[in-house]
Design a binder for this molecule. Structure first.
Ligand code: H2U
Ligand code: ZN
Length: 343
């Protein structure tokens, strides 16, 4: 008997992180009597007087938002990283190690409209968001205190999003965060061994195999990674080698915005709800060194599994032993392609 990836339990390797995920395709049949999530009400006012992100409103810190017309960027009033943290000579203690970390945290409002989210914003409006991301990355590139810029979006209360007003966060830090450092080291090793950036090779192979592809335009491809952990996890990958956003052409800004919109539109169709996720861009450190090992990409980690109200829990085996998934990446890609065809 040969191993059938659609039938038999198996492990898949994530070359970016060096971790394995256990895939158990036979397990989706099990009954579910556990937690049902609340579905979020889709109808919201276009302006909410109680929202701290709406134009003209006051934030918790006492600051007042301008009456902005498209995007709006401000320094997070409750920043996790601060620019003036004192330096520390790292002690050599293997058990109680401490390091200083400086940084700047910002919030980016995508639109003045409280009721919108990326899938129902216009292409032009999402392009402005991508332009802001590019601009933020470029500004931090000039700041010698900053090494890495993490752009991320928490969408939906289930993912810890504090407010439905469309927004994302930027945390720029003096150090390289752990997951990014891991991806960096694995991309470095891959290019050293094969002479080509890992994700450039990977996309070429996915374009040949086709079974995990969801969407493509001239500049970007959306797919379910072979090693996906979350049920409907996806990644947006550039077709060209592109370590970071500062080199984005107008065509890439347009293509990235299009891929981001189409993917989130398809997500909303899967269970006919506002599909929650955490998404974020991984890219080269914001320093002037050459980062040719890097290929920029955007991860989407949505928690829903069976319906708008039943999520995947990362508990038990996942917390103690290894990540695990029930539906295969290929099945998930099929569902997402189906949803994409209904747009
Ligand atoms: P999340 O929805 O992803 O939590 O992002 C909202 C951020 O907005 C959060 O980090 C900040 C919170 O600190 N915030 C302000 O900066 N000012 C406010 O008045 C409220 C929330
Ligand atoms: Zn609002």
């Amino acid at each position: 008997m040969t191993l059938d990836l659609e039938v038999h339990p198996h492990k898949r390797f994530n070359p970016l992180t060096g971790e394995w995920v256990l895939v158990s395709p036979h397990r989706t049949q099990r009954p579910w009597q556990g937690k049902q999530e609340q579905t979020e009400s889709a109808s919201r006012p276009s302006y909410d007087p109680g929202c701290y992100l709406c134009p003209g409103n006051q934030r918790h810190g006492g600051q007042q938002n301008p009456v902005y017309a498209d995007t709006f960027v401000f320094t997070n009033d409750f920043s996790a990283l601060l620019p003036d943290t004192p330096a520390l000579v790292e002690n050599p203690d293997d058990l109680f190690r401490v390091a200083s970390e400086k940084g700047i945290c910002k919030v980016i409002c995508f639109s003045p409209r409280h009721d919108l989210s990326v899938p129902n914003m216009t292409q032009e409006a999402v392009e402005l968001v991508v332009d802001v991301w590019k601009n933020e990355y470029e500004q931090f590139l000039l700041n010698p205190e900053i090494s890495y810029v993490q752009i991320f979006e928490n969408k939906g209360a289930i993912m810890g999003c504090s407010n439905p007003h469309p927004h994302c966060q930027v945390w720029a830090s003096s150090g390289i965060p752990s997951i990014v450092a891991l991806e960096q080291e694995n991309q470095r090793k891959y290019r050293e061994k094969h002479g080509v950036p890992m994700l450039v090779d990977y996309l070429a192979r996915e374009l040949e195999q086709q079974d995990r592809l969801i969407y493509r335009n001239e500049e970007f491809v959306v797919l379910v990674p072979f090693w996906a952990v979350w049920p409907f996890e996806t990644v947006i990958l550039p077709r060209q080698h592109c370590p970071s956003m500062d080199s984005f052409t107008i065509g890439q800004v347009r293509g990235f915005a299009d891929a981001y919109r189409k993917l989130t539109q398809a997500y909303d169709r899967v269970f006919e709800c506002e599909f929650p996720y955490t998404a974020g861009i991984h890219q080269a450190p914001a320093t002037n060194a050459i980062h040719d090992d890097w290929q920029l990409h955007m991860h989407f980690y949505p928690p829903l599994l069976r319906s708008a109200t039943v999520r995947k829990f990362m508990v038990g085996y996942e917390m103690l032993a290894s990540a695990q998934r029930d539906i295969t990446a290929e099945k998930a890609a099929g569902v997402l392609r189906q949803a994409m065809s209904r747009l």
